[in-house]
Design a protein around this ligand. Structure first.
Ligand SMILES: C[S@@+](CC[C@H](N)C(=O)[O-])C[C@H]1O[C@@H](n2cnc3c(N)ncnc32)[C@H](O)[C@@H]1O
Length: 317
């Protein structure tokens, strides 16, 4: 191999840097070493994965090499790739993320799928009055078809924004107790061009803010609340434990069922007559919540994710 001023082993093309990074991740036990290396090296030189494949022989500039090395080294020490890149894909869209905001998980796409299905069922079969082009947005006509929704604990806004964009009749309120999270969610809404009139944000405790903002309840109550038992923190992946915010992960009062139970208890106040609630669950919550629902005489459905985990609790008023 030709030598260079910085030594014979210094990789110089994108392909060489990629191969070295992948080997380094393999040695460090990083999951999906190839994918992670492609994302980070591509990011360092401003290319997506396809672009990177087309540029394998491209020599790297010195600053690109420095950036790639730093990103790879930080990832190997445990920092999540999404924070290093500054974004994560969710439901086919790119959401900005950063420290202080939970990284959207693919499991949560199930909640969006189900929200879309419910929204279809909630819609009246067709407009009751004949559709007149140009005036169908008049408030009295729009109101009867609108679907009011709330995303409690919005984080990056991935649920609220996706459902608002996917279901044009939805008017969404996104709540979070974290100012940092709300800032990111607002930025994401702007970047993804969500009409301002269809998505609002409020800071504060979810239950209080929602009860005050929607005294007659909402049609769709969506939440991926913090549900990790604080006692289980040692079992979390290092990247999660060390980098993602405690407020987003750990259940209040040391009780993983706190949010699901509170929302079930207050369903009469928080949901409209036709309203449905969807609450994401941790892997072991479903059996306890089924027992609780039976005691409370609440009819619930549990939806299973692609890994076979009972992931989503659904109930009505
Ligand atoms: C598990 S994260 C979910 C974030 C996002 N919805 C998602 O699915 O990626 C839970 C979110 O709830 C917020 N949160 C925690 N306690 C809250 C409370 N009492 N009221 C409102 N939001 C709360 C956290 O700040 C965090 O953003």
């Amino acid at each position: 191999m030709a030598t260079s001023s910085s030594g014979p082993l210094t990789p110089r093309t994108a392909g060489e840097v990629l191969a070295r990074s992948r080997e380094f991740f393999e040695a460090k036990g990083v999951d999906s070493p190839r994918l992670e290396a492609e994302l980070l090296v591509g990011h360092a030189i401003g290319l997506d994965r396809l672009g990177l494949y087309m540029a394998m022989d491209r020599p790297l500039e010195k600053d690109e090499l420095t950036t790639a090395r730093e990103l790879v080294s930080r990832r190997a020490k445990g920092e999540p790739t999404a924070y290093l890149l500054g974004y994560r894909e969710f439901y086919g869209r790119r959401f900005q993320v950063g420290p202080g905001v939970l990284i959207p998980r693919p499991d949560t796409e199930l909640l969006v799928d189900r929200a879309r299905a419910i929204a279809k069922e909630l819609e009246p079969p067709k407009v009751k009055t004949p559709f007149v082009a140009g005036i169908s947005d008049q408030p009295e006509q729009a109101d009867e078809r609108r679907i009011t929704a709330c995303d409690l604990g919005t984080g990056s806004g991935c649920i609220a924004i996706t459902v608002t964009l996917e279901v044009p009749l939805v008017r969404m309120l996104a709540i979070d107790i974290s100012k940092d999270a709300l800032e990111v969610a607002r930025t994401n809404a702007e970047e993804l061009k969500v009409p301002k009139a269809r998505l609002g944000f409020k800071e504060g405790d979810g239950l209080e803010v929602l009860a005050a903002a929607a005294p007659h309840g909402v049609d769709l109550l969506l939440s991926n609340p913090p549900y990790v038992d604080p006692k289980d923190h040692v079992h979390l992946e290092t990247a999660v434990r060390r980098y993602e915010p405690d407020t987003a992960l750990f259940a209040p009062q040391g009780d993983p069922d706190f949010w699901a139970r509170s929302l079930m208890e207050r369903r009469g106040q928080l949901l409209t007559l036709r309203g449905r609630a969807l609450v994401e669950l941790g892997f072991d919550q479903a059996p306890r919540l089924l027992q609780l629902a039976a005691r409370m005489a609440v009819e619930v459905h549990i939806h299973t994710d692609l890994s076979g985990i009972p992931r989503l609790l659904e109930f009505g008023r």
